[in-house]
Design a protein around this ligand. Structure first.
Ligand SMILES: Cc1ncc(COP(=O)(O)O)c(C=O)c1O
Length: 404
């Protein structure tokens, strides 16, 4: 393996490339190699890979808005007025009035004073913890929090402790033991690989008892959960008890970008001190316009939420009747726990041969021996498409691939 130029800047370079290749070879042998599979159709219930169309059940486009004509038109119109790139960071010359309109709409959705946009949810999480937690502080995180939150906790340089998934008594112990300094209790709202949800009333109560600030990442619940689609805090009635909410525009809202919602003083501090806000280019207008259009649809079409949650409930009933383990899923994300990575890869391949695309989720994204198919549904999946999935899963169960 040589660089394209054919030029090798030294034996150490060749050595390095060889060692990288041998690590990748080992990953392949362990069924853990990750590869890109580009599609060339708009995000919807089908995906086109290597010229073949598959029904897909693996996207985070829960409301089916990522290719909705209203979002496309809004993005097109904003792009033709304001251009494809914003050209600068928000604090230099990249701030547009549409950023502020979207921030106001997100703050309304989250029932907060203010919100601030970031180029991605990952960066919003990075900012949320690295801006407010210092080395003398303690961050207590659910072990299954998204990688971006766990990375953010490391990046903050604070003491970082994790508690077993949703074991809040353990979180309370860790908070109680924290040395002087500020304490943060940090959790995903809806866990992306398990489809289950945090118990926010319990988490908020113990955070309040321990004097800890409650930080949630509702990337997957925003637009999907709660009476108005505000997310898990709305569903569980704890909106006023959260210090900071992180969200993303990239899932149910069908666009791209992340945000933090909270009190105005928190947002003003982020504008002044959050490095993932200050030192990066502002989101272009197109994705902001698309997200604004999505927020209108979230408000006006609650039936989309009901539809995707109903499809997921029906799927769970069918899968559990076939004795698949779907964990404690209660949302559009329905995992099918299969254990070894090789089994999950084989199951995914079996379904793919039948026209169903559901990639295997393997370590390190999930714990060793907990590889799974992560099925996710969209409001725009038809009843017939769901039936095809159920039939595929029935065939998988009968195939002998799963060991019984
Ligand atoms: C729980 C959670 N938080 C944050 C993110 C990051 O969001 P984004 O894709 O906008 O960077 C994701 C997904 O990618 C996620 O699943």
């Amino acid at each position: 393996m040589l660089p394209r130029s054919g030029h090798l800047p030294g034996a150490h370079y060749a050595d390095w490339l060889r060692s990288l290749q041998s690590q990748l070879d080992q990953r392949r042998a362990d069924h853990l190699l990750r590869e890109l599979h580009p599609s060339n159709v708009a995000p919807g219930s089908t995906i086109c890979l290597d010229g073949r169309e598959y029904l897909q059940f693996c996207s985070n486009n829960y409301l089916g808005l990522a290719a909705d004509p209203r979002l496309i038109e809004a993005a097109r119109e904003a792009t033709s007025r304001f251009g494809t790139g914003s050209g600068a960071s928000r604090l230099v010359a990249g701030s547009l009035e549409i950023h502020q309109r979207l921030e106001a709409a997100l703050a309304r959705l989250k029932n907060c004073e203010a919100a601030l946009l970031f180029p991605s949810g990952y960066m919003a999480n990075l900012a949320a913890l690295s801006t407010f937690a210092s080395p003398q502080d303690t961050i207590v995180s659910d072990k299954l929090n998204h990688a971006s939150l766990l990375d953010a906790a490391q990046h903050a340089g604070a003491m970082h402790r994790t508690f077993p998934h949703r074991r809040y008594a353990r979180a309370a112990e860790l908070l109680a033991r924290a040395p002087v300094g500020r304490r943060f209790l940090v959790t995903d709202a809806l866990f992306s690989m398990d489809g289950d949800v945090a118990d926010l009333p319990v988490a908020c109560s113990l955070a309040e008892q321990q004097g800890a600030l409650m930080v949630i990442d509702d990337a997957h619940g925003t637009g999907v959960l709660g009476a108005t689609g505000a997310g898990l805090a709305e569903l569980q009635g704890v909106e006023g008890r959260i210090a900071l909410t992180v969200g993303t525009l990239s899932k149910a809202l069908g666009s791209v970008g992340g945000f933090i919602a909270g009190p105005q003083v928190v947002i003003n501090t982020l504008i002044n001190a959050a490095r993932p806000f200050i030192y990066t280019t502002a989101l272009p207008a197109g994705p902001c316009a698309a997200a604004l259009a999505a927020l209108e649809i979230v408000a006006q079409e609650p039936e989309r939420r009901a539809r995707v949650l109903g499809l997921a409930e029906r799927l769970r009933q069918e899968l559990r009747a076939m004795e698949f383990d779907c964990g404690d899923s209660q949302t559009p994300i329905v995992p099918v726990m299969l254990g070894p990575a090789a089994v999950a890869v084989a199951a995914s391949g079996f379904l793919k041969e039948r026209g169903l695309y559901i990639p295997a989720i393997r370590p390190p994204t999930v714990a060793p021996q907990s590889a799974r198919l992560r099925i996710s549904l969209m409001a725009t999946h038809s009843d017939g498409e769901l039936e095809r999935l159920i039939e595929g899963m029935r065939q998988l169960r009968g195939s002998g691939l799963l060991g019984r």
